[in-house]
Design a protein around this ligand. Structure first.
Ligand code: F6P
Length: 328
């Protein structure tokens, strides 16, 4: 099986993340190094269905390692969820003479890859690319490190103005299902409270903590709220709630939004993506399929995609404890 692979496609799918370009570059250059043809698929699975392909050689990925976003573009594709859509995609791959593909994306992208593989026995390897860091089988996903550094930088700036005006800020960060960005950036930026989906601390505890903060002499406060938090109020409702119950606070809200997904990748993300790209191509050539490349204890590992998509990664309890101690 392995020796039959002569042409590999690479695509980015789902929400983009900084470092995806470094991942594309790595797949392309590894193919070039091993004399395998490489093809870029534009706009994720949508481009696969439409046959939006372009041959990529080592020089076509010059000067992209430092760039955010993805040169191949990305998309969430409903048509690929249908049998007909996947049939069209398979036909396009066969017409183009593609033997295998590497998909850089998150859970949804991997679920698509898995069903495609089941239907067509088509060799596929995944690389985890999402700022949310929520994929089982990898301690880090490509883009997470950049995102938390972006968030910390933004919160440092918010802290300046919060402190000048003795204000309380609710800062909403990304994390639809998980609180990794909120927890890590919150600890890194010295937030007074961190609200994450994994822990519902409740409104009472938030008020108590804010009261304690004031009493202990803090003049300004930052509360980080993951977008998927389960406290039952969004950041704007939280502002109203706190203003009503604790009028001592002058409250403002900042929603960081999609700026968290952009920007030049950190060195960590570039190195991670470069390592994963090599491993992805090598694994395909060894005849492996239906695995996701991940990193654990600084070693690259392979996890069956079926396992990787089963659940989200759990929150780091030790970091939750650190956060609690730091906010006293
Ligand atoms: O990439 C994951 C994520 O950042 C989530 O945290 C967020 O909910 C989502 O993307 C939003 O993405 P979009 O606006 O592209 O649908």
């Amino acid at each position: 099986m392995g020796s039959e692979i002569k042409k590999i496609a690479v695509l980015t799918s789902g929400g983009d993340s900084p470092g995806m370009n470094a991942g594309i570059r790595s797949v392309v250059r590894t193919c070039a190094y091993l004399n395998i043809d490489c093809v870029g698929v534009y706009r994720g699975y949508q481009g696969m269905i439409e046959g939006d392909f372009k041959p990529l050689d080592a020089r076509s990925v010059n000067n992209i390692i430092n760039k955010g976003g993805t040169i191949l573009k990305s998309a969430r594709c409903d048509e690929f969820r249908t049998k007909e859509g996947r049939k069209k995609a398979h036909d396009q791959l066969v017409t183009e003479g593609i033997d295998a593909f590497v998909v850089i994306g998150g859970n949804g992208s991997f679920a698509g890859a898995l069903i495609f593989n089941e239907e067509y026995n088509f060799p596929v390897i995944g690389m985890p690319g999402t700022i949310d860091n929520d994929i089982l089988g990898s301690t880090y996903t490509i883009g997470f490190d950049t995102a938390i550094n972006t968030v910390v930088e933004a919160i440092d700036k918010i802290r300046d103005t919060a402190s000048s005006h003795n204000r309380l800020f609710f800062v909403e960060v990304m994390g639809r299902d998980v609180g990794h960005i909120a927890l890590n950036a919150g600890v890194g930026a010295g937030a007074e409270e961190i609200l994450i989906p994994e822990q519902n601390l409740g409104l009472e505890r938030l008020l108590e903590s804010l009261k304690r903060s004031k009493k202990s002499g803090k003049s300004s406060s930052i509360v980080i709220v993951a977008e998927g938090d389960k406290i039952g109020k969004n950041v704007f409702e939280l502002k109203e709630y706190v203003e009503e119950h604790l009028p001592i606070y002058d409250v403002r809200v900042s929603v960081l939004g999609h700026m968290q997904r952009g920007g030049n990748p950190t060195c960590f993300d570039r190195v991670l993506a470069s390592r994963m790209g090599v491993k992805a191509v090598e694994s395909l050539l060894e005849g492996k399929s239906n695995y996701m490349v991940g990193i654990r204890d600084n070693q690259l590992i392979l996890t069956p995609i079926s396992e990787a998509i089963k659940a989200h990664t759990e929150i780091d309890e030790e970091l939750v404890k650190v956060s609690d101690i730091m906010t006293t």
